[in-house]
Design a protein around this ligand. Structure first.
Ligand code: PNS
Length: 169
């Protein structure tokens, strides 16, 4: 029997903190499905196709698969015949939200267990939200995200700044 886990999230964009959790979970399970939430009501920076491609390109393990899902996470987990949902915890501030989700998911589907992994302390302050904010203000996010993500962020905000300059001229 294959032990399969789902690592769900928005991954907008993928950070080195996410990668750390992916690598840790791939050591614990036969297969890890990195599942990107398709959420039309949430404004994302990177199109889902780009996010999927980036993760597929960056993650080298043949134990890791990248997919998208919509609807309830536990329904997706059952459909994938997964026994666990992986979530990374960085700091105490993550705990409350994560606990709520884990308990709700357990209530909805007791056959799927949520497993929390502590991210490496090197990435404990890194989040997709902050990375986008720093990059948008011209700060360096080197070492916090894979090089391909850094390049895409720089490109995106360079174009944005060029457009603004054009408008103000
Ligand atoms: O990276 P994120 O945005 O923190 O991930 C949140 C995610 C995708 C795990 C969560 O929003 C989710 O599972 N959404 C799917 C809808 C669902 O199952 N909702 C009930 C969860 S308690």
């Amino acid at each position: 029997m294959i032990r399969r886990a789902i690592y769900p999230g928005s991954f907008d964009p993928l950070t080195n903190g996410h990668l750390d959790i992916i690598e840790r979970s791939a050591r614990l399970f036969d297969e890890v499905v990195v599942a990107i939430l398709l959420n039309p009501s949430k404004q994302s920076m990177f199109p889902v196709g780009d996010r999927q491609r980036i993760i597929t390109d960056v993650v080298a393990s043949d134990r890791v698969r990248v997919d998208t899902f919509h609807g309830l996470l536990v329904h997706y987990a059952i459909e994938q015949e997964a026994t666990a949902i992986i979530r990374g915890i960085r700091a105490v501030s993550d705990y409350e939200y994560e606990l709520q989700m884990a308990l709700m998911n357990r209530r909805l589907e007791p056959r799927v267990e949520t497993i929390f992994l502590m991210s490496s302390e090197a990435y404990s302050f890194v989040s997709s939200r902050l990375v986008k904010e720093v990059a948008s203000l011209g700060g360096s996010v080197g070492g916090m995200v894979p090089a391909i993500v850094e390049a895409q962020l720089v490109e995106r905000f360079r174009r944005h700044t060029d457009q603004e300059d054009e408008t103000n001229r």
